[in-house]
Each structure stands twice: as C-alpha cells, then as structure tokens.
Design a protein around this ligand. Sequence first.
Ligand SMILES: O=C(O)C1=C[C@@H](OP(=O)(O)O)[C@@H](O)[C@H](O)C1
Ligand SMILES: C=C(OP(=O)(O)O)C(=O)O
Length: 736
Amino acid sequence: MSSEQILPSVGVLGLGMMGASLAAALTQRGYHVYGYDTHQASLLEAEQIGLIASPLSPNATELVSGDVFIIAIPVLAVANYSALIHQLLQRGVIVTDICSTKGYLATLFAGSPGSENLVLGHPIAGSERSGVVNANASLFEEQSVILTPLEDTTAAALTVVRKLWHQIGAKTAVMTVAEHDQILAATSHLPHFLAFSLVDTLAGDAQNRKIFQYAAGGFRDFTRIAASDSRMWHDIAQTNQAALLQALDGAIEGFSALRAMIAEGDSNKLMGVLTRSKVARDHFGAVLQQRSYRQYKVDSMDFIAKAGGRVVGDIRVPGDKSMSHRSIMLGALADGVTHVSGFLEGEDALATLQAFRDMGVVIEGPERGEVVIHGVGIDGLAPPPSALYVGNSGTTIRLLSGLLSGQQFSTEMSGDSSLAKRPMRRVTVPLAEMGAAISTAEDGTPPVRIAQAEKGLQGIHYELPIASAQVKSALLLAGLYAKGTTTVIEPAPTRDHTERMLRGFGYPVETNGDTISLVGGGRLTACDIDVPADISSSAFFLVAAAITPGSDLWLRHVGVNPTRIGVINILRAMGANISIKNERNVGGEPVADLHIQYAPLKGIDIPEDQVPLAIDEFPVLFVAAACAEGKTVLTGAEELRVKESDRIQVMADGLQALGVNAVATPDGMIIHGGAIGGGEVVSHDDHRIAMAFSVASLRANDDIVIRDCENVATSFPNFVELCASVGKTIEIEKHG
Ligand SMILES: O=C(O)C1=C[C@@H](OP(=O)(O)O)[C@@H](O)[C@H](O)C1
Ligand SMILES: C=C(OP(=O)(O)O)C(=O)O
C-alpha cells in the first residue's frame, strides 16, 4: 500500500461464486483486485466482465505489505497453497479468508512467522449457486461477517479486514475460532447435512419420480441448500467434525423423541414440539430479519404525532393485559385444557406466555387472540432451561415471584432496562415471610432469584403497606402452594382479577371487605376465558374523544370491573360525556360498551380513593387535565414514580416541554389547563407515556415528536393503526 489514503490492493484466491462476488463488490468500491483460479476459463471470464482488474501471478508478487490476500477456496484445498500463504504473511500481506470452518486454518497457520497478519473470517452469506456466472456484488450487503482473530493477530490487521467488509456494506462481529465452529455447526452445517441426507434418501427411494413430482413448497424450501457446492461441504464436514457430530447427535436425539411421540400418538407432547418450534422460529425469524424483538432490541422508534385530528368511530381495543397474564398463569396450573379468546398479543402478555412454555406448558397460539393452554396441573411445571426473560413486564415478574416460590425447582427472572429499575422487595419481603427462598439484586431490583423453599411455604396474614394488585396477587398465587390460609388485607381496593379468575377455575377465594384469603393445597379446573377489551388501553381513546371538539366514539366490549373504572369516574367528574351501555357479565367480569362524545372539561381535585382504580391511566389523565379549564390536582399517587418510568416526573417534563403549566409534586401533579404547543418529548421506554403524548397532539398547535416509542407494543400493539382508523395520524420513524 503506497499511502494511507490509497486503498490496499486485494488478491482473491478462488473465483467460485463467493470469491467472485467478493471480488466484484471490492472492484465496485474502487479496490484494485487481482484474481486467481486454477480454472482458467473462470479467471478469464472474471477479467472479461470486469470482476477483477487482472490475474494474480503465482507468487502473488503484486501484493506488498499492507495489501490483502483473501482465501476463497474450499477449506481443504488451502493446504495446497500454504507455502504461498506463509510467504505472504511474512511479507506483511494481511491474509484473510471466507471459509466456513476456522479451526483447520488456525492449525495450519497459527504461531508461524507472520501469523500476526492473519485475520480469519467467515461471511454469513451465500447461495446454493456456484461459479463466476453467479457472482453477485451485493451478496454481502447488510450481512454479518464473523472475524476470528488468533491470539497474535494485530489490531491493525483486524482493522484493515474490518474496514474492507464495512466498505462493501457488511457488518462484522468478532469471536473465537472454537466459538465460531461450534455455533456454525448448529446453525449452518447441521441444516445443510440434513438437507443433503433427506434429498439423498428420497432420491434413492423406488418411488422417487413420484415423490419429486409432487414435492411442494415445503420440500423446496427445506432442500434448497442440498444443491450447494459439493466440494465445499465435503471439506466442511472434514474440518469441523467434532462440532458437527455433536450437532448431529442432538438432532438424532430430537428425531428419536419425535418418532416416539408419533408412534405413541402422544398428541400433547407432539403439540409441545410443534408450538415451541413455531414460536422459536418466529422469535429467531425476527432476529434473523433484523426486526425489533424485545429481547434483542435492535430498532428504536419515534412517533410523530401530527397536530390535530379527530376521534370518530366504533372500535374495540385489544384484550385486557392484567387478565391476559392471569389467564396463562391459571390455565397453565389447571387440570385440563383452557381456551382463551380476546388474549392480548402484546409483548408483556407474550412474555408471560413464553415463560410458561419455558416451564414445559404446551400452549397453542396466540392466533387472532385465541390461545389454548394444555394445563399441567398445580404441581406440573418443569424447571425452565435457563433464566426467564420477562421483558418490560412488572406484572409478570411480580406475580411469578409468588407462583414460582412454591415450585420444587429454582428459577431466575430478569427483564429489560426499565424493569431492571423497578422495586421487587414489595413482593420478596412478604414471600420470604411465607418461607420462600427468594432474593433480588442488592438494591431490591431484578433479577429475582428463587430457590426451592426448604420447608415449603406457610400461609400468612399480611397487611399490604401499599395498594398493589401485583403484590396481592403474588401472595395469593404463593398461597396456592402454602400450608394453611393466606390472608391479604388491602389499604384500598385494587383490581381483583386474580380473585375472580381463581374462582372461575373453581378455586375458592374469600373476600370480606378489604380482606382476601384462600387456603393452599387445592386444584384448579380448566375453563374458557373471554378476555374483554382493556379499559387501560380504552383510556387513551376516552381522553382523545373527551378533549377533541366534534368527537363521537364507541368503544366495544370493554372490561368495566369496578376496581378498574377510576378513569371513567375521574373524567366524568371533569365533565366528560361518557355513557356505559349494554352492561353484561362475561365469565365473572363486568363488560360494557362505552360511548363518549366531546364536552368541555374542567379541572378538579382528583379524589385519592380513585388513584388505585386508575393507576395506569394517569399519564393520559394528565393530558386531559392540560386540556381542562382551571386547575387539576393529583395527590396520593407516589406509586406512579415506580412504574415503567417515573410517570410523575416524565409527564411533568414532557408537558412543560409543550408549554403546559404542570408541576410535579412528590405524590402527584398540579396542572393548569391551557394551550398545548408542539415539540419534542421523551417516553423513557414507557408505553403509556408514548401513547399519552400521542393523544395530546389532538389539541396541540404543532406536531409532537415522541422519542423511544417501541414499547407501545408491550400493551397496545395496534395503537397507531387504531388511531388512524378514528382520524388521528401518527407517523412512525424507525432507527436501526
Ligand atoms: O396486577 C396487575 O395486573 C397490575 C397492577 C398494577 O400494578 P401495581 O400492583 O404495582 O399497582 C398496574 O399498574 C399494572 O399495570 C397491572
Ligand atoms: C404498570 C404497568 O405494567 P407492569 O407493572 O406490568 O409493567 C402498566 O401497564 O402501566
């Protein structure tokens, strides 16, 4: 390389499809590329169509220190060139490769003179096609390349190879040779050999003509890779033998188990394999496609809530989050099969669902809100293979803290950065009193670790220091496993879905004023659950209609449990025109249609007894207050400071940024209604903050940009679409 500004020259050894594609991409980016291939026609063709600048001489004398030599031939053939490669390394040429196994090359060259210039690599890209004719200059764009530097590889050499890949649009990651070979054996080598074997077996069948004639899309998809380059795959099998054998043994074990399930007609076990693998494929499919998935959060998303709009229509918001969580938990512990409809397919409820799948429960769906849970019985959960990841969901981690305290195995639960800050002692302290072996991080936050309770759990009589349905529910769920009676006394009524649903599953729960108790040791019987629309999600639309002149909206099949209707009570006290129609009882829960028409709002002092009944609705109620005439005062709501964000501070900051007179107090807020301006606010990864400011834009005089809105999917996956359907526009801006 003659000067730092000038790109290094590159020599490519092997002009098969992969080498030729790489040569083409580098040539396009301005590299001077020399090529070499024993197959003269390929070399000529590559030169003629401009994939390479010229052929590389046998001793590669064109390449000088700092230039790059890329090995792109089947891995076992590399030994034929080892003299040349040793020479290049000693000359200071940086040598890299694109072979699929790394261990073999590492043994050939590690520790030899010049090996500090060796940067082994492997692009996770390819095609079943071969040869120069199939060269594709964009093959590596957006693809990952694994680099496996050796112990003595210099940082400078690594940087040169990294840059080279980045310049042709690929992303690089670094791992050890052993790690690479192990991972690739499972994710790449095994599926290829399964495809080779399947096609070979079927082709050898006497009926092969018919079989291939009627082979459908599934066969095509599964066997596409069986047409891959034979020499290359031969070499992979020889050079990654141990890891490949391990992967094959795992697969053979899986086949044998599956064979037994089919032979025995074990429908439950079979459904377990099918549902678990579907979920895993969907999950990893999202990762593979670089889409956002909570556990592997790659995309962040901003909302641009356009100023103005209106709210007219007739809609049903997604299912109640609290009930969706509980339907999975109790369905899993029940004897028999529970059918759930109206299930919320939001990230939080899905985290609960996944946790139970991880503990061996067979769960079909969700499919358009339908879930079928094959209950394992109160004592049928199995230890999960690893720590449970519960994302953003406080309800999951707290309720499961209780439920898992009663199991005969250890578990650990952790979540995202928001959940990692939330207080857990409120559940772990009383659970420890019941005998649970439960612990948290030093500051009382997740991860929560639970070991088997040595002497089992003992019922307690516990006065809740805070009004919290999550704490109450955690204790009741632990109480199912406790000796004797577990009694919880509430300082104020909180949502009672756990009690109602337990009764629906045939488990006696006694409620006497503020005192709730149950006796451990009973069993649950499967039942059908119809989850109504979530009043907490409806709240965004109730406020939207309440603050926008001309609006007229129906919200259908909403859960109107008296412990949840604080938002209706508060809005009505502010002057909102809300009617509750068609009240009915659905599986022990009151349900109704809500009709709301615009009416001017006035500020009020929010009665403290309404706080637990509207605990999740305050972000959007603050928006209602900002649009009301006069002053609204909230007190007694310090709990808001420990939700997905500090909802008092975050809302006060956001409202102030939009020009609203909002002052945070230790336990609430004072808001003077007035004009709302446009501007930028931050959701702090809190779904309800993001949606509340989206609603505020209906009355804003300019657009509101809301940062970090990806967590809206935790409770309300189709929020933006439903807004659009009633006349409120929100644009989405994604960031990688
Ligand atoms: O039990 C439940 O399903 C919930 C209880 C409430 O939490 P707290 O118990 O912490 O008040 C609520 O904020 C949360 O969204 C759901
Ligand atoms: C507080 C909430 O949920 P969780 O505690 O389950 O995270 C909420 O949905 O507003």
